[in-house]
Design a binder for this molecule. Sequence first.
Ligand code: NAG
Ligand code: NAG
Ligand code: NAG
Ligand code: NAG
Ligand code: NAG
Length: 473
Amino acid sequence: MPSMYTRLFAALCALATTANAVTTIEVKGKDFVNSKTGDRFQILGVDYQPGGSSGFTKDKDPLSDKDACLRDAALMQRLGVNTIRVYNLSPSLNHDDCASIFNAAGIYMILDVNSPLYGSYIDRTAPKSSYNAVYYEQVFGVIEAFKNYPNTLGFFAGNEVINEQSVKEVAAYIRAVQRDMKDYIKKNVDRSIPVGYSAADIRPWLMDTVNYFMCEDSDEPSSQSDFFGLNSYSWCGDSSYKKAGYDILTEDFKNASIPVFFSEYGCNEVTPRVFTEVQAIYGEEMTQAFSGGLVYEYTQEANNYGLVKINDSDTATLLVDYDNLQKQYAKLDMDRIQASNSTQTSFTAPKCSSDLIKNGTFLSKFDLPSRPSKVQDMIDNGLSKANTGKLVDVSTTAIPQKIYDHTGKEVTGVQLKALSSGESNTPGNSTSGSSSSGSSSDSDNTKDNAAGKMTASFMGLVVGAVVAAASVL
Ligand SMILES: *[C@@H]1O[C@H](CO)[C@@H](O)[C@H](O)[C@H]1NC(C)=O
Ligand SMILES: *[C@@H]1O[C@H](CO)[C@@H](O)[C@H](O)[C@H]1NC(C)=O
Ligand SMILES: *[C@@H]1O[C@H](CO)[C@@H](O)[C@H](O)[C@H]1NC(C)=O
Ligand SMILES: *[C@@H]1O[C@H](CO)[C@@H](O)[C@H](O)[C@H]1NC(C)=O
Ligand SMILES: *[C@@H]1O[C@H](CO)[C@@H](O)[C@H](O)[C@H]1NC(C)=O
């Protein structure tokens, strides 16, 4: 039977991890800011889509497998990321373990509300037929599933829906989806989780797209985007600010009134990727225009964009790209990246008007489709039988899988580091794992050392809790 002390200690550890929560992020002007400290928040992110888009089913999504999330959150912490984007989610699954693991790691989540399953997306060629109550079971279902997690940073109402194949009116449907999501959140969620759109980099329409979504329309005040994501792969290899056209993007987005970030970046025309664009994206020239970005993508899939190769459920290999990105993140000046700027936070949106739209092939009217009455009922009464998530204890921090580096050496001692309340992950915060030790007896030592490296703040919590518990006993 475990001693009284052991049981008390275990209980307190559970307590310590449960109590921890990241601070919610909000939008102010054209910046994301920490809602408590007012510090600027820039996205250091990866797109998280294990198995690719075809790996998603109704019964399995990227945030429903606890062991995989624990492994990936620990490896992402070590990499230096503070945000993931997840494309396809099934609202009926239990996401509590995964969301809580990423929360404990200080990693936020940006979630797409659509899925590729029939009825769960707006059809770009026939939007009217897909804009209905069945679709909103998916959209509001995802909001219900994720609304209670403090690390839910935002929701994407659509991803690259507007493209060369789409009909012109589709933009109005996306704006209507934003309106409906924001009205749902206002009525059924106790904080205002931001909503935005993720655009393809189609240069002739890019400014039309951002202007269309960010402008303020007094007839439909809740329909404007809170942020704008750009999927852009123009920096390939060891390119430059000018050669990659980042100078043009900076000029274009300097005046945007909402936060803009790369929702996908990381061209793979030159491999291995060196990620020199990281210094440009977070550098002085671009920082007014962009709030960081997400590298496409965390896992290695058939399209060859991965940082980590998941070999099977028991092993994973860190690819050269992982090391290269980690080195780039490590060079960043986080104090400058997090500095608040009152000019940035006081931008206001332009009024919607047809002269904001320059290309005749882009929609230049701002009327929106009206909301089906069943959707209005969902907003008024909340989605019925919704599966609503909540934070749970994260008691396991050791990861069960074996990790290898790109040379095939085992990386030992990788584990999740539960941050204290209010902290988010930054490059260099988690140094768990090393591949310099070879034998298995060494790996045990590394584990002990890692456990011994408990942070001062974590020990403070434990000591505080012991004192509190002692006074109760
Ligand atoms: C940005 O705003 C400034 C000041 O309002 C204006 O002079 C400039 O032309 C704008 N740039 C673009 C690309 O819209
Ligand atoms: C604050 O933002 C404004 C406008 O985006 C910019 O002109 C200015 O240089 C920034 N200030 C600092 C200290 O970075
Ligand atoms: C896992 O995949 C990587 C990259 O394809 C390969 O180099 C490595 O040998 C694999 N490891 C195992 C244990 O299968
Ligand atoms: C308008 O957009 C189309 C792409 O659909 C592009 O081919 C065309 O050059 C653009 N026209 C102008 C004037 O920018
Ligand atoms: C994480 O790193 C930042 C500086 O980059 C530091 O201020 C903070 O205390 C670190 N947190 C932990 C838990 O190590």
